[in-house]
Design a protein around this ligand. Structure first.
Ligand code: ZN
Length: 333
């Protein structure tokens, strides 16, 4: 694999977003609060970072990009710019919630006034992690905006934000790029022959595809897939297979399982399966019910339910479906 080229935002598919921010800025219409949304892996944070640098730089270029060498840029690079505040979950905290005291600190007048005469920029990320009282507290800040304060909320799941907060922010959705554009960009950053399949596994999000490549995910996926097939054929015990899966993150594994079962269902209804796996049969009704189980497990993955139990339960069911619809032990090809 190529050593990654540095990834510089705005990325090609950020063009419209970037123009909308820099256009608003030069027209003096920069919103007080911007809610940047979009799926994981499209570069929301890179875009926000480029925006922060652009707003604080004292001599941005004609595209609005930060110069990288003025005093403001130096302070930002050193992480000591007094007019840039980043709010997130407490790194030493027990949960990943953004708590009310973090938001209250923001609301204090001295925090909201720019020290260096330009913008005061606050980034709240991931905004959906605010708990209820943090959200209430933020609402007060949004209702009494300070001039020259730019608040940026970064959020993958805007549906988890209170509507009152959403309605007070201007929304900017970072899109998933069209596949040809994403592949062109990926090929500049990697020479992996698996770019296309990784991009599809990443649901079209190029940075996620690149991360999957770094994590060597394809061999892991192939290994788990073999287990999944063999459990269905009665060649592996679902309980021991679940134990082997236990070291893998549910967010990743459940996503793969969802893809496999969806593909089996597509094949069963005579469609082509884009992540083509194999030609096993699955009864559509049982397959759909099973897919619901996977989705349910995925929705509950943040609950403290033991991941091993979740894998065991899913694989035991999968073995049962396999016995019913692929009767008789089959040897591997
Ligand atoms: Zn600069």
């Amino acid at each position: 694999m190529k050593g990654h080229l540095p990834i510089e935002a705005p990325l090609p598919w950020h063009k419209d977003c970037w123009e909308s921010i820099s256009g608003a800025r030069s027209a003096g219409r920069l919103p007080h609060a911007l809610l940047v949304t979009g799926p994981a892996g499209v570069g929301k944070r890179l875009l926000v970072e480029a925006t922060v640098h652009s707003l604080l730089c004292s001599q941005p270029d004609e595209r609005g990009l930060a110069c990288g060498h003025c005093r403001e840029c130096e302070l930002l690079a050193a992480g000591t710019h007094p007019d840039y505040v980043k709010v997130g979950p407490d790194p030493d905290g027990k949960s990943d919630e953004i708590r009310v005291d973090a938001i209250r600190r923001l609301s204090k007048a001295d925090t909201l006034t720019a020290h260096r005469g330009g913008y005061k920029v606050i980034v709240l990320d991931p905004a959906q992690n605010m708990n209820q009282s943090a959200a209430n507290s933020l609402l007060k800040t949004l209702e009494e905006p300070c001039p020259d304060t730019f608040l940026c909320l970064v959020c993958e799941r805007p549906d988890r934000l209170p509507a009152t907060i959403r309605s007070r922010c201007q929304q900017l959705r970072v899109p998933v790029p069209p596949e040809p554009q994403a592949l062109e960009w990926l090929r500049q950053h990697t020479d992996s022959p698996d770019a296309t399949i990784l991009l599809r596994l990443a649901h079209g999000a190029p940075l996620k595809a690149l991360a999957l490549m770094d994590e060597d995910r394809l061999p892991q996926r192939a290994q788990l897939f073999l287990g999944f097939v063999e459990v269905s054929h009665g060649l592996r015990d679902p309980i021991s297979e679940a134990a082997a899966w236990n070291e893998h993150e549910p967010a990743v594994v459940l996503d793969w399982m969802g893809g496999w079962v969806s593909d089996l269902l597509r094949l069963a209804s005579g469609h082509r399966a884009p992540y083509l796996i194999n030609q096993d049969k699955v009864d559509p009704e049982a397959g759909h019910r099973y897919l619901l189980r996977i989705l349910e497990a995925r929705a509950n993955q943040h609950s403290p339910v033991n991941r091993l139990l979740a894998y065991e339960s899913l694989l035991v069911h999968w073995a049962r479906i396999g016995r019913r619809h692929n009767p008789g032990l089959r040897q591997r090809d």
